[in-house]
Design a protein around this ligand. Structure first.
Ligand code: AHM
Ligand code: MG
Length: 345
């Protein structure tokens, strides 16, 4: 098992994501190989989106920012382009019955073939406010297996996150990385994209989130809208105490994928609590909170809405919001103790 906190990484030379998936290292709940094929399609979509993201600044330089480009074609916003790319890619091979996306009001049916075994939910380009300022953005996805062979419906998506068959994200950072898990038994693995080869290579095998970290990640600009328990926790984490290595350092990118990625690898805590402006929280349960909760639990970390486990929430709506607290077990547990009033300092 590798220890990413200390920088040691077990890298298997030349192990591509495709080989890793095809050799069954993520496990194949469907003996037919459809699951493998679906994961491969997602990684192919990630390659296409990374190529779009890497050219985004260039498109601006070339003046492609208006509604129509020099070829007279409509220029799509990058988040719409990423959305289209995922839909088109998942529409091939016939394994995906329907998708739900942050960019779509309703679910989108992909095939009439009732043998299509999976539905996929995604945030095609997370961190949209950071696109124009060249800061890391990402794609988040969750894969759910369908029961029976009835017509696909919204009910296939409205299941608690503990039922996900797979979840992952792609971070378009200083390099592009895809992080994927099919659950606790199979672990969480990270693959770094080599653009000169056009492949994702295994770079972070068996990611484990440290039991405790040294950074906290929250939008402190919302402090005036927080409830008293969040305010007390924020004071506590910034107070000096050598025994508990406080104060923690503050890190906030404003892209969930980037803040969660750092927290997954280095430990600590990310929190987007409910506040006066967003009484149900800001982030979306199905395609933001659940995939990350699935990954953090599989990596030995924890994910709650402040008090309760994210993966046990029964969704009522496709675009339902939730408060989200992710990170090291000790840090998320302490946050929960403040929320329940068991701790005030
Ligand atoms: P988006 O999906 O429209 O990009 O919005 C979600 C983003 C998250 O990536 C990030 O954690 C959060 O919203 C930042 O919100 P804020 O700017 O309120 O701190
Ligand atoms: Mg988002």
């Amino acid at each position: 098992m590798s220890d990413h906190a200390s920088g040691a990484q077990a890298v298997r030379a030349g192990m591509t994501l495709e080989t890793f998936i095809m050799e069954g290292m993520f496990g194949t709940p469907a003996a037919t190989g459809t699951f493998t094929s679906l994961l491969n399609q997602i990684s192919f979509a990630a390659k296409l989106v990374t190529s779009q993201v890497r050219r985004a600044g260039l498109a601006n330089v070339l003046g492609y920012t208006g509604e129509v480009n020099v070829q007279g074609e409509q220029v799509m916003k990058l988040d719409e382009l990423a959305n289209e790319t995922l839909i088109t890619t998942l529409g091939r091979r016939g394994h995906c019955a329907a998708v739900a996306s942050e960019e779509l009001d309703e679910i989108q049916h992909m095939t009439n073939d009732r043998r299509a075994r999976y539905v996929v939910m995604f945030d095609p380009l997370d961190g949209s406010s950071n696109i124009d300022v060249n800061i890391s953005i990402g794609t988040i996805f969750g894969v759910m297996r369908r029961e029976g062979e009835g017509a696909v419906s919204e009910a296939d998506f409205l299941k608690p996150g503990r039922e996900l068959a797979a979840a992952g994200y792609v971070i378009y950072g200083s390099s592009t990385m895809l992080v994927l898990s099919t659950g606790r038994e199979r672990g969480v693995h990270g693959f770094t994209y080599d653009p000169t080869v056009g492949e994702f290579f295994l770079s972070h095998e068996n990611i484990r989130t440290p039991e405790r970290g040294s950074t906290f990640s929250i939008n402190e600009g919302n402090a005036c809208r927080w409830g008293e328990p969040v305010k007390r926790w924020a004071e506590w984490i910034k107070a000096e105490d050598k025994a508990t290595s406080r104060p923690y350092g503050a890190r906030y990118v404003g892209t969930l994928v980037a803040d969660a990625h750092r927290t997954l690898l280095k430990g600590g805590i990310f929190a987007y609590p409910a506040d006066k402006k967003s009484p149900d929280g800001k982030l979306r349960l199905l395609y933001e909170a659940n995939p990350f909760a699935f990954l953090f639990e599989a990596a030995g970390g924890m994910a709650t809405n402040g008090s309760d486990r994210i993966l046990d929430i029964e969704p009522k709506k496709l675009h339902q919001r939730t408060a989200l607290v992710l990170g090291s077990r000790e840090d998320v547990t302490t946050f929960g103790a403040f929320m329940r009033g068991e701790r005030t300092a």
